[in-house]
Design a protein around this ligand. Structure first.
Ligand code: GDP
Ligand code: MG
Length: 759
């Protein structure tokens, strides 16, 4: 079976074409760098079946980014039967820059001129025949989105001749130099000597590793910046010979995208607009008083009535309104209109509530042993429903972010933020992984592959967990809810929002410190094509959500299931394996383990200063290392032990209240606990991903970084919360540290170098 590779610039429509060819449903994103790995599929629509490989998007074949290296090595080493070079016809010159480099390889090439529907819309014309004869390889006009021209493209690709010698657009004074280098490589018998020759001329670091190549390079480059010369020649050739195929519509009109961009990427308004959009998303996901209707009504002296005010009673067993119709209605409105995210949560929790009530009754009537009843009710049902209840809000948040990404708006935000990010020592490209971190750290860490610089990448991966992910949300809302009830604080939303902000601030400070110390380096220039705005594809969005749901439900029923049962076991049995039952759980196995580690957390406020059950917070934090959902699931299992006949809620608030009351946590300790969980070593899966994605040798340091940061942040919050004047001490320490770093970077002070021991 023949293999064809799809190569092209980021965002030229490779994945769309790949999906159209193979019938697969790979993620299409209006964001450069979504496809960072290669992907394979089979095209069956032609005379013979062919294998299709989707390569990551690249602007050139120089080894500056991991994507470029992946694509280059694939073509050179795996020797596909042909390259389908996808060219975004709305951006012809820029895209053909890559084409001129692909043509230099000894491999059959066909150019797929994509997005022709867009070109036609703007009224421009491209003479495909003229372009084909100028480039010297087949050119086919297609629209991957509309599935036009695809059959012709593949038919011509399949019938391409199997052999092709590389050609180059470079000539003139460069020709003798290239020929000299070509002979050098031809003598070593490598494939595509012309390609290697030109890359060597550009001073490409991979080529310089060949023996004797350095000397040759010094000779032919003669001290000139050959890379710039070559790039310049390519562009000159493209605009002189290839671009002539394109004729612009007479009168240049601003496209719709341009007009929208005038507003959305405005120097002054761009950022406030983004802040408003972000706030709107959080409001639609979490608000329990949509558009503040009830707040306004209350201010006018007419608070909206709850169903209880209207005289509907709550039933004993399920904790819902006795009348099912009212219980359902209360999912949408109960004294205030709820946001879509909250409505979905309520509906799911209504169902889960009845289900766990039913299971509880079933187990009771079956007359099971006390330990078995407890295992089912407290261990299994309690833990899983506590976690599943958060699915709707995670999905809602995720849906909004997918829409922003798919429309092309996120690329604009990266562009706007680049100016600000630069001050912290990052490029705008680091924004996407960070914002993805709010959903889940795993894809966020993988997305950092779009960052060219290893040090920038390491710094970004390290702070991604501080962008509180969906699994950490339960910790936030539960404890914030508990704090509001116990300490009379005004608003859950406000605490949650502040915690998110605190996480972001921690991330920023850490990035600044890292980029000034261990991770110093230049910020690479920000080159990104702003893609045209598109309507998001409905099917695409749904596929996305479905994937996410599957993943989450699977996690709830596997990792979290096992850990909650384990926690239940450890806290229900003594070391001599006898069941504790309603007796004092202070005798449990879990209690003794917890008491052992508890003192470690004393500086953070949830250590030895707490009452007799204080160890539960230490235990919850440790179980969070497996999956962050476990923290609240653990609370829910443990709370059932404190209070006989405990009726939990799916939001975990009651659990948190019980925990805080039983242990004597102070508000500062609660905040320190949240922040510790937010900034410490993330879940198991994220740690494994970080290990795979971090540059070699950076993993150990990263674990230490997470531990130190979380410990420091927790201690600081607790200390300042309890004794506000310690602010001055922390400030003094921070100023001293900053002074040392700045003086050291200016070369004013030097540290003694640590010498490595010689064997
Ligand atoms: P990749 O980064 O090269 O894989 O590009 P994608 O396949 O993710 O596509 C980038 C964007 O271009 C998506 O929003 C697609 O819907 C859009 N797109 C792809 N092909 C076409 C096309 O032929 N016409 C139009 N109008 N849009 C397209
Ligand atoms: Mg793609």
């Amino acid at each position: 079976m023949k293999t064809f590779a799809l190569a092209g610039n980021p965002n030229c429509g490779k994945t769309t074409l790949f999906n159209a060819l193979t019938g697969s449903t790979a993620h299409v994103g209006n964001w450069p760098g979504v496809t960072v790995d290669k992907r394979e599929g089979v095209y069956k629509g032609g005379a013979e079946k062919v294998n299709i490989v989707d390569l990551p998007g690249i602007y050139s074949l120089s080894p500056y980014t991991p994507e470029e290296v992946i694509s280059r090595n694939f073509i050179l080493d795996e020797k596909p039967d042909g390259i389908i070079n996808i060219v975004d016809a709305t951006n012809l010159e820029r895209n053909l820059y890559l084409t001129t480099q692909i043509l230099e390889m000894d491999v059959p090439v066909i150019v797929a001129l994509n997005m022709m529907d867009e070109v036609e819309k703007t009224g421009d014309r491209i003479d495909v025949k003229a372009l084909e004869s100028a480039i010297g390889v087949p050119v086919v006009a297609i629209s991957a989105l509309r599935k036009q021209g695809i059959k012709e493209l593949m038919d011509r690709a399949i019938s391409m001749s199997a052999q092709r010698k590389g050609t180059t657009v470079l000539g003139g004074s460069l020709a003798p130099k290239i020929e000299r280098a070509r002979q050098f490589f031809a003598a070593t018998n490598v494939a595509s000597p012309l390609f290697h020759a030109i890359k060597l001329l550009e001073g490409d670091e991979i080529e310089l590793r060949h023996s004797g190549a350095k000397e040759l390079f010094t000779e032919i480059s003669a001290g000139q910046d050959m890379e710039a010369v070559v790039a310049d020649e390519r562009y000159k050739y493209i605009s002189a010979h290839f671009s002539t195929a394109k004729s612009k519509k007479e009168t240049q009109v601003l496209t719709k995208s341009d007009k929208v961009d005038k507003v959305l990427t405005h120097r002054v308004w761009g950022l406030p607009i983004f802040a408003v959009i972000l706030f709107a998303i959080f409001h639609l996901t979490f608000a329990e008083d949509l558009f503040y209707i009830n707040t306004i009504a209350s201010a006018c002296g007419n608070p909206l009535p709850t169903f209880e005010d209207m005289g509907y009673a709550v039933s004993e067993g399920t904790g819902m309104y006795e009348n099912f119709g009212i219980a359902l209605a209360a999912c949408f409105y109960d004294g205030a209109v709820f946001s879509p995210g909250v409505i979905l949560t309520n509906i799911l929790n209504l169902i889960l509530g009845y289900a766990s009530y039913g299971i509880g009754l079933g187990v009771e009537s079956a007359g099971a042993a006390a330990w078995a009843t407890s295992l089912v009710n407290d261990g299994i049902v309690g833990g899983i429903t506590a976690v599943l209840g958060f699915l709707p809000q995670i999905l809602t948040l995720f849906l909004f972010f997918s829409i922003l990404e798919d429309t092309g708006y996120m690329a604009r935000v990266a562009f706007i933020l680049d100016r600000i990010f630069r001050r912290f020592g990052l490029s705008g490209r680091a924004f996407m992984p960070m914002i993805m971190g709010f959903g889940c750290s795993l894809p966020a860490m993988i997305n950092t592959r779009t960052l060219a610089d290893d040090k920038e990448r390491t710094a970004t991966i390290r702070v991604i967990p501080f962008f509180s992910c969906g699994a950490k949300l339960p910790i936030l809302t539960a404890i914030a809810g508990g704090m509001c009830q116990l300490f009379g604080l005004p608003s859950v939303e406000l605490i949650t929002f502040s915690m998110y902000v605190l996480g972001i601030v921690t991330a920023i400070i850490c990035v600044i410190v890292m980029r000034a110390t261990t991770m110093r380096g230049e910020v690479p220039p920000f080159i990104m094509e702003l893609p045209a705005y598109h309507m998001p594809g409905f099917k695409n969005l749904m596929l996305h959500l479905w994937d996410k749901t599957k993943h989450f439900v699977k996690k709830a029923f596997t990792i979290i299931f096992v850990s909650t049962v384990l926690i239940w076991f450890l806290q229900s049995f003594r070391w001599n394996w006898t069941y504790i039952g309603a007796d004092d759980m202070g005798e449990s196995i879990l209690a003794s383990i917890g008491q052992l580690i508890q003192p470690l957390f004393t500086p953070l406020g949830f250590g030895s200063q707490l009452g007799s059950y204080g160890w539960v917070f230490a235990v919850a934090a440790i179980t969070g290392l497996i999956a962050k959902e476990n923290v609240i699931a653990t609370f829910s299992v443990l709370a059932a032990m404190f209070v006989a006949g405990f009726e939990g809620t799916e939001e975990g608030v009651e659990e948190a209240v019980v925990m805080i009351e039983a242990t004597g946590m102070t508000p500062a300790a609660c905040i320190a606990f949240i922040m510790f969980n937010m900034t410490t070593i993330p879940c198991f899966a994220a740690v494994a991903t970080a290990k795979a994605e971090l540059p070699a040798g950076k993993f150990g340091g990263t674990l230490v970084f997470w531990l130190v940061t979380s410990y420091l942040v927790g201690t600081m919050i607790y200390a300042v919360g309890e004794w506000w004047w310690t602010v001055f001490i922390w400030l003094a320490i921070a100023i001293a540290a900053a002074t040392v770093i700045i003086l050291h970077n200016k070369g004013k002070i030097k540290f003694p170098k640590l010498r490595k021991k010689r064997a």
